[in-house]
Write a protein of this length. Structure first.
Ligand code: ADP
Length: 630
């Protein structure tokens, strides 16, 4: 087959543009990225070799990553005996971007254009193979797929303009050699000592030997250097499987580098959780809480979960069975000594060890959150801002652990300053002696909620109300029902304790007016009644308990969900002058009562964030009333 020229996918061109006009101050990480790819490729070869002898034989199992640096020619080659790529795979893998996070990133960059934004965004993801172009003006990859019957290799070449070429080539064994031709100004990065330093700084934990030929003077029998020289292959990295080591033996720097290797995150993790589980299920875990949520946290098909190793072999890059969905942001490695080596996804789902491992991990992670909340509140605040919304899903989906998870929830309330948060235990400690329930109000943001008429009654009694501003809070806390034996009550719904203050005598006084309003509103409402929820406002609409409130209704609608609009109860404030006057003066004016009822209903709809059914009619009526007053 002849030389074939191909265009890079648009996103790759965009990415290369950013990479080349280097926004990265730290160019040397190109080597880490390429070593990381080589290590991943060996992981795959090793795993496939377990079941496919052809893969095993084509290149042997003396796994290694060799660095060949030629400062005179200005080239460096990273050679591995991993899985390799066939022609189609090379075109696909080295010409497109698979990571949805990277695509998302590019979209943001394109939309922003500000280089300060780009700099802060770029820290959030790795560019992998394409980082080679930070230092090289041309790159080749000579690759051969292990165990491929066609037995031919592929030579991929690019100078990063907008295209690359592929052609057939010769290569004795399976694996990949990536060769970089360095730009003049970056040639200093490939001398022996720099390479050594880069490898030990960023890739020391890599499981396979990263080797390099080193030429040194031969020593005589007294240990003195002679004129003669010899070349030996030296292993540069210490190859420690970090998760198998004692916590005390690992430095924070090693952990951070390892995290970056496995997560494609450029930022350091917020916290590390390492432990060895003994007993019913024996495993090692090294887990990380990232500092920032990846772009794809809310994508339906994200791959999540720590890597799974069994007896020193990587079985899966993401093992979803090891963590529940609400901990999908946790990265890391789990190595088990109880699982069989040939474990597949299907077997995994029925294996009895897996739920035990998961349970253990969840407990450790939730404990780590609780500890962070107690001992490092500032850090926890950062964590919560990134992942709180996801964590809260656990209250809904993990019934058994809903209380410990709810304990971790942070929120603002009528008792906190804007931007400051509190939690449920603190809320309960501030509850009035006669207060039975935990009050909350849902909405888009604190600003909107703070001035909500629904809070008037509680505010006047100095009762604290929680501001819940995440989309699904109402569903989550509504279904949770209670915390520490105190019920959650939405102030937008149902009966409130404060309503007990509306005494029978008042109800009697307003009986007639209420009946008339009810009659004129007809089907629009389920009921009309008095309330002490309000102080300055005359009316409001409330949903019945258990039904989605107005905020939720709007959200569901915006998401394209079919929403049965729940009919509301119209509540009247008997202490409001307007309502009082209506009672006293409108008894004999059915027409006016009917008009006023519609106006009151429309007002209440506005107050709950909705709109009058017939806006033109509403405005006409208002104008008419204003006119008649002049
Ligand atoms: P990532 O490694 O994050 O998937 P890269 O851009 O670094 O992204 O690499 C893209 C793909 O190219 C990899 O997923 C892999 O399939 C392939 N690849 C890169 N380097 C190698 C290699 N040394 N051996 C085999 N495949 C490789």
């Amino acid at each position: 087959m002849a030389v074939e020229q191909k265009q890079f996918q648009t996103e790759v061109s965009q990415l290369l543009d950013i990479v080349i006009h280097s926004l990265y101050s730290n160019k040397e990480i190109f080597l880490r990225e390429l070593i990381s790819n080589a290590s991943d490729a060996i992981d795959k070869a090793r795993y496939e070799g377990l079941t496919n002898p052809a893969v095993q034989e084509d290149g042997g199992s003396d796994w290694k990553i060799k660095i060949i640096s030629d400062p005179a020619a200005g080239t460096i080659t990273i050679s591995d005996n991993g899985i390799g790529m066939n022609r189609e795979e090379a075109i696909e893998s080295l010409g497109t971007i698979a990571h949805s996070g990277t695509k998302e990133f590019l979209k943001k960059v394109a939309g922003s254009g500000k280089s300060s934004d780009i700099n802060s965004l770029i820290g959030q993801f790795g560019v992998g193979f394409y980082s080679a172009f930070m230092v090289a003006d041309s790159v080749t990859a000579l690759t051969r797929k292990r165990g491929d019957k066609r037995n031919t290799a592929t030579l991929w070449k690019s100078d990063a303009k907008s295209s690359f070429t592929v052609e057939e080539a010769d290569k004795a064994t399976g694996g990949t050699d990536v060769t970089l031709h360095l730009r003049e100004e970056d040639k200093n990065l490939i001398n022996e000592w720099t390479v050594r330093r880069i490898v030990t700084t960023y890739s020391d934990y890599i499981e396979y030997p990263v080797v390099m030929d080193v030429t040194k003077p031969v020593k005589d029998k007294d240990g003195k250097s002679t004129e003669e020289k010899e070349t030996t292959e030296e292993t540069l990295n210490s190859r420690k499987a970090l998760w198998l080591k004692d916590r005390a033996e690992i430095t924070a720097e090693e952990q951070n580098q390892f995290y970056k290797h496995i997560s494609h995150d450029f930022a350091e993790p917020l916290k590390t959780v390492q432990f060895k589980a003994e007993g019913a299920s024996e495993f090692y875990a090294l887990l990380f809480i990232p500092a920032r949520a990846p772009f794809d946290m809310f994508h339906k098909d994200i791959k999540y979960g720590p890597m799974l190793y069994v007896k020193r072999v990587q079985i899966m890059e993401h093992c979803e069975e090891l963590v529940p969905q609400y901990l999908r942001f946790i990265a890391g490695v789990v190595e088990s000594y109880d699982l069989p080596l040939n474990i597949s996804r299907e077997i995994l789902q029925h294996n009895r060890q897996i739920p035990l491992i998961q349970k253990n991990i969840v407990r450790k992670i939730l404990d780590a959150f609780a500890e962070m909340k107690r001992d490092e509140p500032d850090k926890y605040k950062k964590f919560y801002a990134e992942f709180g919304k996801i964590l809260k899903e656990g209250i809904h989906y993990d019934y058994e652990r809903r209380e410990p998870i709810a304990k971790l929830v942070m929120f603002e309330s009528t008792a906190t300053k804007p931007g400051e948060t509190t939690d449920l235990d603190e809320y309960i400690s501030r509850m009035k002696s006669d207060q039975k329930d935990i009050y909350y109000i849902t909405g888009a943001n604190r600003n909107d909620l703070e001035n909500s008429p629904y809070l008037e009654g509680l505010k006047s009694k100095d009762t604290e109300v929680i501001f819940m501003t995440d989309e699904f809070d109402d569903i989550i806390f509504g279904t949770m029902g209670s915390y520490a034996e105190k019920s959650f009550k939405s102030v937008l719904k149902g009966d409130l304790d404060v309503n007990a203050e509306v005494n029978e005598e008042k109800v009697k006084q307003y009986e007639e007016l209420i009946a008339k309003i009810k009659e004129s509103l007809g089907e629009k409402v389920v009921d009309v009644r008095l309330t002490s929820r309000l102080k300055d406002s005359a009316v409001c609409l409330v949903t019945k308990e258990g039904a989605p409130d107005a905020h939720m209704e709007r959200l569901l609608k915006a998401m394209g969900q079919p929403v049965p609009i729940a009919k509301r109860t119209l509540e009247l404030n008997p202490d409001h002058t307007l309502i009082k006057k209506m009672k006293e003066e409108l008894a004999g004016k059915p027409e006016t009562i009917s008009e006023y009822s519609t106006l009151l209903y429309d007002q209440a709809a506005l107050l709950e964030g909705g709109r009058p059914e017939n806006i033109a009619a509403f405005i006409n009526k208002m104008t008419e009333l204003m006119n008649s007053n002049l």
